[in-house]
Write a protein that binds this ligand. Structure first.
Ligand SMILES: [Zn+2]
Length: 139
């Protein structure tokens, strides 16, 4: 099952490549910026809340058919695309999706532009490094 964290990251990555999300009947959203400092932007959080609201109806990323609510059920997982490594929904009973949303991006994958990313907390990174060092030294 895809966790909320994974689905948030999935959306955040695709928003950074300019993919919109369809909300209910034909309304679209593309929050910008996606990341502010070391966290998701207020615009992103507002969009996320809207996506989870039962009033919003079916919400899905442009170029995909899996709704966000479907992705949060046990039938779905988020895995890297075979072509571009971007996160894509995979049905975990063995059915691959028709295609990755990257299929209509002619300029993707592109190693010359910064890759989409998740917010990084410097404090958290330092703690991780510290933990690894402590483990490595056997203390
Ligand atoms: Zn792809």
């Amino acid at each position: 099952m895809a966790s909320e964290q994974e689905v948030r990251q999935y959306l955040a990555y695709w928003f950074q490549l300019g993919k919109k999300v369809f909300i209910g009947k034909g309304h679209t959203m593309l929050p910008q910026p996606v990341i502010r400092g070391d966290r998701y932007s207020q615009e992103f959080e507002d969009c996320w809340r809207l996506l989870l609201s039962p009033d919003s109806g079916d919400c899905y990323l442009e170029g995909t058919e899996e709704t966000i609510t479907e992705m949060l059920t046990p039938a779905w997982e988020v895995s890297p695309c075979a072509r571009c490594d971007m996160p894509i929904p995979i049905r975990n009973i063995g059915m691959p999706p028709l295609f990755c949303p990257c299929n209509d991006l002619s300029n993707w994958p592109n190693t010359e532009v910064p890759a989409p990313r998740a917010p990084i907390s410097t404090q958290r990174q330092l703690m991780d490094i510290r933990t690894r060092l402590l483990e490595g030294s056997g203390q």
